[in-house]
Design a protein around this ligand. Structure first.
Ligand SMILES: Nc1ncnc2c1ncn2[C@@H]1O[C@H](COP(=O)(O)OP(=O)(O)OP(=O)(O)O)[C@@H](O)[C@H]1O
Ligand SMILES: [Mg+2]
Length: 231
């Protein structure tokens, strides 16, 4: 479904990714792992077209999207939840969801029930400004905002980083349900090895912008992986 080949990207003169290959099959969940600063976010931003590709190519659902602007990638079905759960602080939760749905391509501006069903905590907060939500609630809103665009593949960057433990479990459950019950393809940058081990069909470990290990989810239990991730 998503095929990244020989990807190179960076910031100004700094090269960050050096020929990264990555594949996400339809309906599968792939975890990207690696220590701080190895290029995980850079990889996702390049896949989304937030950063330009310097070399290599990206295909999604049979189309070459290497040079497409971000909004066209979204329209083709890529849904991105960036690291750090930012929302429009002054808009209400409902408005946040509506604005994103409208911007993603002319659908009706209603908030689909099935999205709110996934996040029962957000329902009583619909009329609150997003800036009043806790970090965990804002992360749930960030995921909900991406879901209202009806993505075919969900791309999440450390969705439980710095979130209170009770909400971490809820977020993990939602990702699991989206993947297992709805068959959504998921590309997940994840720091929690246990969660990755439980859910990942495949994983990729990056180090200094290079893929140093790739394999089936169950291999995440191997001691060598813990060494690579220094956990
Ligand atoms: N906007 C930027 N301008 C210049 N360099 C950047 C920028 N963003 C990231 N970098 C550098 O690119 C490298 C990769 O950063 P990236 O954010 O992709 O790492 P990461 O694996 O996502 O790390 P983390 O686990 O901390 O989120 C790092 O050396 C970082 O300092
Ligand atoms: Mg990052």
């Amino acid at each position: 479904m998503l095929e990244v080949a020989g990807l190179e990207a960076g910031y100004g003169r700094a090269r960050v990714l050096f020929g990264v290959d990555l594949t996400v099959a339809a309906g599968s969940l792939v975890c990207v792992m690696g220590r701080n600063g190895v290029g995980k976010t850079t990889l996702l931003e390049t896949i989304m077209g937030v950063l330009p590709v310097r070399a290599g190519r990206i295909r999604f659902r049979g189309r070459d999207i290497t040079r497409l602007p971000t909004h066209e990638r979204v329209r083709l079905g890529l849904g991105y939840v960036p690291q750090g759960h930012e929302s429009f602080d002054r808009l209400s939760v409902r408005e946040n969801l509506r604005v994103t749905r409208e911007a993603s391509g002319g659908r009706d501006a209603g908030v689909p029930d099935e999205v709110l069903d996934l996040f029962p905590r957000l329902r009583p907060l619909l009329n609150r400004p997003a800036g009043f939500l806790s970090g965990g609630q804002q992360q749930q809103l960030a995921i909900a905002r991406t879901l209202v665009t009806e993505p075919a593949m969900l791309i999440l960057d450390e969705p439980t980083e710095g979130i209170q433990p009770s909400i971490v479990t809820e977020i993990e459950d939602v990702i699991e349900r989206l993947h297992r019950e709805r068959g959504l393809a998921v590309l997940l940058v994840e720091q929690y090895l246990d969660f990755a081990e439980r859910l990942a069909d495949r994983f990729t470990v990056l180090d200094a912008g290079v893929v140093v290990r790739e394999g089936a989810g169950r291999e995440l239990a191997e001691p060598e992986i813990r060494r690579l991730l220094a956990v």
